[in-house]
Design a protein around this ligand. Structure first.
Ligand code: SF4
Length: 242
């Protein structure tokens, strides 16, 4: 068992029980299940980041979904938000397949890692500020381990932005003052790292058209090219099956 580097960090995250409310919720959801997934054995634990340890691009979300990542054990896997995200990553050439249904479905990410500032599914998708702060050291450690190769980050949504900026500071990047506000399409240059803001791939945003597949591909494509990854033209890629 590899206990060093990112694999070791992922293992330690998966065993964390620091937030009593979230531990109780993730385990209750795993025990009661949703009827459609009654034959699943839910993961029911913190969900570590997903993607290679030498990623050049990092995507930072919010927290796992109760019946998505909390069920499958992999970030953005098994829920509608993940369908949108992985389809877009596939469209710009950063994922091996457009779907993510379970942890052993064969999905590979190319130079990209996906993580979250809160690793346990929260009730109503809303972690408390205390839970966000308690989980931050995991993100700080992940950023430090990725730092040698990391060149760009896409942060999904205002919560992730507010949670992630202090983690970047704690991991050694100097942030502008005042701290830049979140906006879709915003881009902030740190030393050796570009941060991109993007609306979250939540159902509320994608169903209402606030975030379209083209908007998502555009941000991912630009961030990937900034990171030196061979992304295809994100802004004009055809919509596949949507
Ligand atoms: S949210 Fe983070 S700090 Fe809290 S129990 Fe889960 S992994 Fe641990």
């Amino acid at each position: 068992m590899d206990t060093s580097g990112l694999p070791g960090l992922d293992q330690r995250i998966a065993g964390c029980r620091a937030c009593p409310r979230l531990v109780a919720w993730r385990e209750e959801v795993a025990a009661t299940k949703r009827a459609a997934f009654a034959d699943w054995t839910y993961w029911g634990r913190p969900v570590p980041g997903f993607g290679p340890p030498d990623a050049r691009l990092l995507i930072v979300g919010l927290a796992p979904a109760a019946h998505g990542g909390n069920r499958t054990g992999r970030m953005f896997t098994g829920d509608r938000s993940g369908d949108v995200l992985y389809q877009a990553l596939y469209d710009v050439g950063l994922a091996s397949q457009p779907t993510a249904v379970c942890a052993d479905d064969g999905l590979e990410l190319y130079g990209v890692r996906v993580t979250a500032p809160v690793h346990c599914a929260p009730p109503a998708n809303k972690p408390t500020p205390e839970e966000r702060d308690t989980c931050r050291p995991w993100l700080v450690q992940e950023l430090k381990l990725l730092r040698p190769t990391l060149r760009a980050v896409v942060v999904l949504g205002a919560f992730g932005w507010q949670a992630a900026l202090p983690a970047f500071a704690a991991a050694g990047w100097r942030l502008p003052r005042p701290r830049p506000a979140f906006a879709h399409g915003t881009r902030v240059r740190l030393d050796g790292l570009d941060l991109f803001g993007c609306f979250h791939v939540s159902q509320r945003n994608t169903f209402t058209g606030r975030l379209t597949p083209a908007m998502l591909r555009e941000v991912l494509g630009e961030a990937a090219r900034t990171a030196g990854l061979p992304a295809e033209n994100g802004g004009t890629a055809p919509q596949q099956g949507r």
